[in-house]
Structure formats: structure tokens, C-alpha cells
Design a protein around this ligand. Structure first.
Ligand SMILES: *[C@@H]1O[C@H](CO)[C@@H](O)[C@H](O)[C@H]1NC(C)=O
Ligand SMILES: *[C@@H]1O[C@H](CO)[C@@H](O)[C@H](O)[C@H]1NC(C)=O
Ligand SMILES: *[C@@H]1O[C@H](CO)[C@@H](O)[C@H](O)[C@H]1NC(C)=O
Length: 726
């Protein structure tokens, strides 16, 4: 159980510092910096050259000890299940009567968090509320939803097929279904007819969605294949039009569809994206090595495995099989009086929805729900030091259950680091017009918790970024491979009617099919306590009375507190602007304003599909960008607990329909970040990251600017690097 990948951060004195402030800035083009091959860079600190040992002693303090997960124990009621606890759940289930003859396939096994009140009342040293596990399992084609109490060693609740839908796919499901084509004679014939061999095929199992009664009553997947001949980037070489509908439990082929025999498999040329595969350097000046340096080490610390403390923030951070990364109990220290104040009880990406815009037989079903169908944590591979996360990052593992119920480690799944990107925290200058001069400015340093999920072809990078001014920025980056479609056309000049193409031609014989990405976040804001209200703070246009002012029109603020869940269903509109505040009506600033946080949408997109289109029905949580629901521990997953082939009977839209009162209650904010993606040539063969974000920003939460007294940066505190002959 000891994690295999090394966490040791090596000390390289020669590249300790390569980026410094103006004043000792060397333009790279005409100085010795440009030619690194003949130079060594020495770092000095207050005019001293670091000896190797001194530099390393600074860094040694930050070397992260590998965690022995086999011996791990929980320290906080929200800590994920440990390896021992997962083993214990397996033992309890194996002696549980309904499973005594056959152990079910475990599709998900996670901590069943204690009730919120119990967590809020708990302080370090107290006994834990009962440790429980939520288990989703499959047995004989049926979904089992169980709660296992680890203290009493009993199954305390057990439902079979409580609703439509199945648990997320297991690795075994995917492995077994992707082998099915290789023993299918019809498939074999089609492959032979296309002049290729079975040995060059890689087959994937995209989820089948749900499209009415034909596919109900059994778990199905679609199987599609690609050629990996001449490239590791098989995604760019689809065997177009060949798709099999496979029963996941019997592995029977339910439907065979072969429509694309006339479509060539796109060539492998220029599809390899690996560094080592590059034949030639790009036509651009190379960049010198760069990194951010922290001569005294990072300013954050991680206590008891999951509690992160940094500047004025404290929060609980954990890896999650389904959500990927979960932030809990986020609290910020008030700079006026030192009070640690509640901001967010729990925040995470609850569900994703990725519909493709192509109606053909081998495409129509592509409408993925990545968290509930595949698991964002299950899909998260180890982060790559220096490239995924900067130096001085702290890495956190995930400990999950395999389908046999045994624990395994998803190493280096989350990284935590301080970010200084040359940005400004606040500033003002006064000069010239007055007889005094002021230049006050503060650098912006933030703390980032990051996770990257690779769900098949796509990579999703999730950042939770904390600022000292109280702001939290949630950012999603998309990269990886497009899901592409083979085309008979080499160039647009051959296409008789471009209107019938489901996306642009992005390479020879490759269409990048138009699609959307929606990421819905569960944001259980608890501003200064659990009971909050949601206010739509509108800007409305008013007109003056005739002759009142030379101006005709102006904007006025109009606040409307949502009474019920339906009042808080928000569609964003540019010409009908609003701010959206989560406020605590019973806690006021000295001036009488309720304390609050607002959600600040960034660039986003809305789903335009018909509400009764089956994929949209299942993903009805994207019908609005903002929703507010009454807190209910069982309503965490916006697309429902059982998402695979669900019919949309357990979504956020269904819960909100109850229209419960939400004023001055414990409420949850939901926000959907959306992207429309019309692919382009630059997305081939791997997409440069596209990002979008939103913010949770204090409004009248602090008495004044909370970082007013933050110190500026001083040259004397920073190491200085100079290139010198070796
Ligand atoms: C596939 O076809 C080849 C001949 O093209 C044959 O040798 C092989 O046995 C076939 N495999 C299956 C599983 O039908
Ligand atoms: C929230 O308000 C309810 C009444 O609606 C009250 O019973 C409850 O104690 C309050 N909770 C907190 C944490 O203040
Ligand atoms: C909490 O959520 C579950 C699942 O949606 C639902 O069955 C239950 O009725 C809800 N409880 C309350 C008090 O609304």
C-alpha cells in the first residue's frame, strides 16, 4: 500500500532562480542568459552564493514524506475512508446475507459524510460521529445502493434499483466490453473489408446514454474502435461508422451498425504529440527555463493529512472517486479581529454534461455525464511535477476501492501550490500634480488546489484558487484530444455541401464535431453560519423626470431575496444584469449590510437543446446557470446518484421543482460553467488548454479591504540569480 511514485523534490542549485524583478532584469535576447548550454546560473541571497548544502537545507524542509496508506487513520469526520476502512467495508459486505453466495461488483465506495450539524459541532479531540460508507454495487444486473456502518459493522440501508440508472462503469466493465469486437465475426469481416487488421485496433466504450424503452432493463455501452498504427494518438484515427451496442453484463452484441466503409481512416501523420516524437523544433525562439522561487519555502501547510492552512484561509481538502476534488469547511480569518469565519461548507464539481451535435447512428448517443458515468477521481492520473504543477507543490493521493472492494492508491492526484503569476493584488499611484508622490502596490499571491481528470480522450483541469482578499476562483481547463469523426474529404474544396457537416474539417479526413461541455458545481455556501438567503441584486434602467437632469437614463440597484427554490432559477442575461448574492440576513456589518459572498460568472455558455431531448432531460441541471436548493445531504449529485442510463428522474431540476422555501435557511448554490466548442485546426492533434472560470467574492463580508495591511514585496527578501561562466 505504500505509494510507489517518488515524492522527493530534487534540489537543483543551478536553476534555483531564473526569474527576478525589474531592476536586475537581463533581457534574454542580447545577454549571456540566452545561451544556457555554456552557462551555469548561480543564485545568491543577500550577495551570498548558496552552497549546495545551504540551498538544499531550505528545500529539505519541504520534501514530502511518502504516506503509508496502509497505516493511515482518519483525523477529521470528513476525511475519506482509509485503506483499512475500505477493507473493513469489504469484510462487512462479504458476510452480509444477500451477498453471502456472490460478492457484488463494487462500482463506488466512498465516505458517507456525517450530518452537517455533527461535523460543525465536532472539534479536534472529540470522538468521531459514526464512520459510514456509501456503496454502489451491481449484482445480477441490479443496482444496489447501500450504507455500511463501520462502527456497528452492519449494513444500515440497502435499496435495489431505487430509481432508473446504474452506477458508474467499473474498470472491469470497460475492459470486458472493449474486447467484445475481437471475437465478433461480423466486426472481423468489416475490419478485413476496410483493409486493416484487428491487431491495430483500440476500442473504447463510450456510455450509451438513454433514448427510450428499447435500451431499458439492461446495462449497455457502445463500442467504437480506432487504429493506433503509426501513432499513440489513436483518437485521431477513427474507424468511422462502425459501432456495436453491447450488453455490459452478458457481453452480448445487441446491435451492429456499419455505415462508414467508404470513409478512409485518417492518416497518422503529425498526430503524435509526445515530446520525444518531435522531429524538429518549432520556428520560434526557445524560452529560457523558468520557475517561481520561494527561498523560505511555501507559506501553506497541510495538517493531519487534509487540513490546509494558508495566509487567512483554512479548509479541508480531499480526493473523491466521483467529484475528483472536494473542498470542505472553507473558513477565512477576518483581518480586523482574527475571527475564523465560515464561507463554504462544501464545494465540488457535481456533474459534467458533454453532448455532441451529430445525429448519425454512430454519434447521436454521445452525451456524456463524466462524473456519474466514469468518475472524475477514478479518471484522474498522477500529476506531472514541474509541468502540471510548479515546484514546491504538495501532492495528495486518492485512496479508492477497486471493483473487488479492495483499496488502491491513485497517487499524486491533487496538487497544492502557491501561485505568483506577476499579478497585482491592489495598487494606487499619486504623482506630478501634487507635491507628494505615492506608489503603493501589492503583489498577488494565491493558493491553488488542482486536479486533472482524463476521461477518455478529454482532460479536465480543475483549479480551486484562494486569494487573501477572500475571493475563491474556480477554474476549469479543457485539453486532450477531440472526439473526431472520419470524413471522405481531404479539404473543404472537395466538400459539396458544408452545411451537412457536423463540425469543421480540422485535418485531412478529420471532422471536429461541434459539442458542449457543462460542469455543474455544488457550492454549499454557509456565510457566517448555515442559514443564508439568496438575493438577486438587479441593475434596472430608470429615467429621470423631464427637466430633472441633462441625463436621461441611469441604472439603479434593486434587491430581490428569493423566497422559494423556483425564484432562484437563474438564466444569465447580458442586457438584464444582476449580481447574485448569498447573504446571512442575521449577520450585519457595522454599517448594517448583511454579510455575503457573490457568485461572479465568467465566460459561460448555456445548453440550447430542447428540454425534452433525452440527453437534456437527464442533464436538466443545465437548464439554468444558477439554482438554489434547500440543503439535503442526499442531494449532492446534480444528475442523480445513479447516472448511467438514467432517465432524469433524480436531477437538480426535479429537486428544485418542489419549490421549497429557501429564505434564511441552510441552502446550496449550484452553478454551471459551460463551453460551446466549435473545433479548429489548432485543436489538432492535441488541444491547447481552453479555460473558463467563475468566482466566489466577498460582498460586505469584511468591514473594508481585507488586504490593506498586507506587505509589499522587497528585493532584499528575494534570491538573486546571475548567469556566470561555469
Ligand atoms: C477474423 O478473420 C480472420 C481472417 O480474416 C480469421 O483468421 C480469424 O479467425 C477471424 N477471427 C474471428 C474472431 O472471427
Ligand atoms: C437555522 O434556522 C432554523 C429555523 O429556520 C433554526 O431551527 C436553526 O437552528 C438555524 N440553524 C442555525 C445553524 O442557526
Ligand atoms: C432529501 O433528498 C432525498 C433524495 O432526493 C429525498 O428522497 C428526501 O425526501 C429529501 N428529504 C427532504 C427532507 O426533503
Amino acid at each position: 500500500m505504500v505509494k510507489t511514485s517518488s515524492l522527493v523534490h530534487f534540489c537543483f542549485i543551478s536553476c534555483l532562480v531564473l526569474f527576478i524583478f525589474a531592476g536586475s532584469w537581463y533581457p534574454p535576447s542580447n545577454s549571456s542568459w540566452a545561451d544556457n548550454s555554456k552557462q551555469t546560473t548561480w543564485c545568491t541571497f543577500k550577495n551570498r552564493i548558496f552552497s549546495n548544502s545551504k540551498a538544499c537545507s531550505v528545500l529539505d524542509a519541504q520534501v514530502q514524506k511518502p504516506i503509508d496508506h496502509a497505516a493511515e487513520i482518519p483525523h477529521h469526520p470528513l476525511d475519506p475512508l482509509t485503506a483499512q476502512e475500505i477493507n473493513c467495508v469489504r469484510t462487512i459486505l462479504s458476510t452480509y446475507e444477500p451477498f453471502s453466495s456472490t460478492f457484488p461488483i463494487i462500482h463506488s465506495l466512498m465516505l458517507d459524510e456525517p450530518d452537517k450539524l455533527q461535523v460543525l459541532r465536532w472539534t479536534k479531540g472529540d470522538p468521531f460521529p459514526p464512520r459510514k460508507a456509501d456503496v454502489l454495487a451491481m449484482l445480477n444486473g441490479q443496482s444496489h445502493v447501500l450504507t455500511v456502518d463501520l462502527d456497528s459493522r452492519r449494513v444500515t440501508s440497502h435499496a435495489i434499483n431505487p430509481r432508473s440508472g446504474y452506477p458508474m462503469l467499473s474498470v472491469e466493465d470497460i475492459k470486458a466490453a472493449s474486447k467484445v469486437p475481437f471475437s465478433n465475426a461480423e466486426f472481423n469481416k468489416s475490419i478485413a473489408a476496410r483493409g486493416i487488421s484487428l491487431s491495430e485496433l483500440i476500442c473504447l466504450t463510450p456510455s450509451a446514454g438513454w433514448f427510450g424503452p428499447n435500451e431499458e432493463g439492461k446495462r449497455v455501452t457502445k463500442v467504437l474502435c480506432y487504429s493506433n498504427q503509426g501513432t499513440p494518438n489513436f483518437y485521431m484515427r477513427p474507424i468511422e461508422g462502425l459501432v456495436m451496442t453491447v450488453d455490459l453484463d452478458t457481453l452480448e452484441v445487441l446491435k451492429f451498425s456499419d455505415t462508414g466503409r467508404g470513409i478512409p481512416i485518417p492518416k497518422s501523420t503529425n498526430t503524435d504529440y509526445r515530446y520525444k516524437a518531435h522531429g524538429k523544433e518549432p520556428e520560434m525562439e526557445p524560452l529560457n527555463p523558468i520557475s517561481m522561487e520561494q527561498p523560505k519555502g511555501p507559506s501553506f501547510r497541510v495538517e493531519d493529512g487534509h487540513i490546509v492552512k494558508w495566509a487567512n484561509w483554512v479548509f479541508h481538502l480531499k480526493a473523491d472517486e466521483r467529484a475528483g476534488l472536494v473542498i470542505s469547511r472553507a473558513m477565512v480569518r477576518d483581518s480586523e479581529n482574527g475571527e475564523l469565519r465560515n464561507v463554504m461548507y462544501k464545494g465540488f464539481s457535481s456533474e459534467l454534461f458533454v453532448p455532441y451535435m451529430d445525429l448519425e447512428e454512430s454519434w447521436y448517443f454521445k452525451s456524456f455525464m463524466d462524473a456519474g458515468e466514469f468518475g472524475l477521481g477514478m479518471s484522474a492520473l498522477p500529476l506531472v511535477p514541474l509541468n502540471d504543477c510548479p515546484r514546491y507543490s504538495y501532492y495528495m493521493d486518492g485512496v479508492f476501492a477497486a471493483s473487488n472492494g479492495k483499496p488502491y492508491v491513485q497517487p499524486n492526484m491533487i496538487c497544492l501550490f502557491e501561485r505568483y503569476a506577476g499579478d497585482i493584488g491592489w495598487r494606487h499611484s499619486e504623482t506630478q500634480l501634487h507635491d507628494f508622490q505615492i506608489r503603493e502596490t501589492r503583489p498577488k499571491v494565491t493558493l491553488v488546489a488542482r486536479m486533472a481528470a482524463t476521461v477518455g480522450n478529454y482532460d479536465y483541469i480543475f483549479d480551486w484558487e484562494f486569494q487573501t482578499d477572500g475571493l475563491i476562483r474556480i477554474k476549469v481547463g479543457l485539453s486532450g484530444m477531440l472526439m473526431v469523426k472520419g470524413s471522405p474529404y481531404n479539404s473543404l474544396y472537395q466538400v459539396p455541401n458544408q452545411d451537412v457537416m457536423s463540425g469543421p474539417l480540422i485535418s485531412e479526413n478529420v471532422i471536429g464535431v461541434v459539442h458542449d461541455h457543462f460542469i455543474t458545481f455544488h457550492l454549499d455556501m454557509d456565510i457566517d453560519g448555515a442559514n443564508n438567503s439568496f438575493a438577486d441584486v438587479k441593475l434596472v434602467k430608470e429615467h429621470g423626470l423631464p427637466g430633472e437632469s441633462p441625463r436621461k437614463s441611469y441604472l439603479r440597484v434593486q434587491r430581490k431575496v428569493a423566497k422559494t427554490e423556483k425564484d432562484a432559477r437563474i438564466k444569465l442575461k447580458l442586457y438584464d444584469p444582476s449580481e447574485f448574492h448569498m447573504i446571512n440576513p442575521s449577520r450585519r456589518s457595522r454599517l448594517g449590510n448583511p454579510t455575503g459572498y457573490k457568485i461572479v460568472p465568467g465566460g459561460t455558455a448555456a445548453s440550447l437543446l430542447d428540454h425534452d431531448d433525452p440527453p437534456q432531460l437527464r442533464s436538466a441541471f443545465t437548464n439554468n446557470q444558477i439554482w438554489v436548493t434547500l440543503y439535503n445531504k442526499s442531494e449532492q449529485w446534480a444528475g442523480g446518484v445513479l447516472v448511467y442510463q438514467s432517465r432524469g428522474d433524480d436531477t437538480l431540476a426535479v429537486w428544485s421543482e418542489r419549490d421549497r422555501p429557501i429564505e434564511n435557511k441552510d441552502i446550496v448554490l449550484w452553478y454551471t460553467l459551460g463551453f460551446h466548442h466549435i473545433p479548429c485546426q489548432e485543436d489538432f492533434p492535441v488541444m491547447p488548454v481552453v479555460t473558463s472560470s467563475f468566482e466566489l467574492k466577498p460582498v460586505n463580508f469584511f468591514e473594508s479591504n481585507p488586504i490593506l495591511r498586507a506587505a509589499p514585496a522587497f528585493e532584499k527578501d528575494l534570491p538573486v540569480c546571475r548567469p556566470s561562466a561555469s
